[in-house]
Design a protein around this ligand. Structure first.
Ligand code: NAD
Ligand code: UDP
Length: 329
């Protein structure tokens, strides 16, 4: 613990979608915040409104390289591309980020005595054979497939957290995040909510992969960030699911997006990517019991501000205004 009572918090991946919202929340809570990011999938624009804040510092660095000797009280480790097309672009880079990056974060946590929280994922359950997914389910993951760099990378990151807690006494937390969406996702991110909303707003066909019967459970970003902070502040050292248990098929999501945007878009189908999980829904009873946390924002309520955010980007793009192609919301 530092001598000043103001905590200093490192957020790896702070320029990304979740990271930049987390930085906002931590600054609002009176923390000093250091964002460390290499802008692989994140954007400097996500920090545009934070850079003039004296409590905020941005370090451009790859988490997989040796980290600077920072003195911090807490580390939220988010650095890693989260969208399948991005993490599959270079599987080796994704594994390097998850393996070396996580080693470096834990090494820094040891040196500085910081508590470290890992942004893990529902992907550790793979294509689950148990539904809904509880934290004690060990998963059904293909170590030799397209998603392995991410799924196995995150599983290894969890194992690294566990090993450093057991052997080196690092104070660790693990959040297993289920599909989260909201403003500040990149329009080219490639995940389903951003793809569908952008396609609907542009009047392009909505591209459903497979027959659209696969399900996901969508959590709005504000709910997720609240869960992050509660977990960091708790004494829960075992993995905790954070997500919204409302479960929707991809076809249902497409219909909601079309209705809420007032779009004339048709539906088109592309092949289902390999190893795409058939069903996903979190059992959040552990988070409810131990963190007194549950999501409060329905999919319909969260899609509203998400559509508003993308509507501005799409209208700027069509008017050719590149300086504002991404707004800070
Ligand atoms: P994102 O792609 O918007 O953010 C990831 C951030 O990490 C980006 O700013 C990127 O530039 C940065 N980054 C990537 N590799 C890096 C490296 N080697 N060094 C430094 N920075 C690096 O994704 P997101 O949705 O904000 O996800 C954040 C974290 O949460 C990720 O670890 C992701 O696996 C996890 N997660 C997110 C979701 C979700 O639905 N949003 C679900 C499960 C897990
Ligand atoms: N998906 C889709 N169209 C898209 C993007 C994704 O039908 O344009 C599907 C994808 O095949 C998956 C679901 O939507 O079944 C969620 O995909 P996403 O990449 O958002 O998250 P993940 O598969 O990692 O949960």
């Amino acid at each position: 613990m530092r001598s000043s009572c103001q905590k200093t918090v490192l957020v790896t991946g702070g320029a990304g979608f979740l990271g930049s919202h987390l930085c906002d929340r931590l600054l609002r809570d009176g923390r000093k915040v250091i964002s460390l990011d290499n802008f692989h999938t994140g954007s400097r624009l996500n920090h545009r409104h934070q850079v003039s804040n004296p409590d905020f510092e941005l370090i451009e660095a790859d988490v997989a390289d040796r980290l600077p000797d920072l003195r911090v009280d807490e580390i939220y480790h988010l650095a890693c591309p989260a969208s399948p097309p991005h993490y599959q672009e270079s599987p080796v880079t994704t594994l390097r980020t998850n393996l070396l990056g996580t080693f470096n974060v834990l090494d820094l946590a040891m040196r500085t005595g910081a508590r470290a929280l890992l942004a893990s994922t529902s992907e550790v359950y793979g294509d689950p054979l148990v539904h809904p997914q509880r934290e004690d389910y060990w998963g059904n993951v293909n170590s030799f497939g397209e998603r392995a760099c991410y799924d196995e990378g995150k599983r290894a990151a969890e194992a690294l957290f566990h090993a450093h807690a057991a052997e080196k006494g690092v104070d660790t937390r693990i959040a297993r995040i289920f599909n989260t969406y909201g403003p500040r996702m990149q329009p080219e991110d490639g995940r389903v909510v951003s793809n569908f909303v952008v396609e609907a707003l542009q009047g392009q066909p909505i591209t459903i992969y497979g027959d659209g019967s696969q399900t996901r459970s969508f959590c709005y970003v504000d709910d997720l960030i609240e869960g992050f902070v509660r977990l960091m502040e708790s004494d829960v050292r075992t993995p905790v699911n954070l997500g919204n248990p409302g479960e929707f098929s991809v076809t249902e999501l497409a219909a909601m997006v079309v209705a809420m945007t007032g779009s004339q878009s048709s539906i088109s189908h592309l092949p289902l990517p390999s190893d795409d999980p058939r069903r996903r829904r979190p059992d959040i009873s552990k988070a409810e019991r131990l963190l007194d946390w549950r999501p409060t924002i329905s999919l319909e309520a969260g899609l509203g501000p998400t559509i508003t955010y993308f509507r501005e980007i799409v209208s700027d793009q069509s008017s050719g205004d590149r300086s504002t192609t991404q707004r800070v919301t």
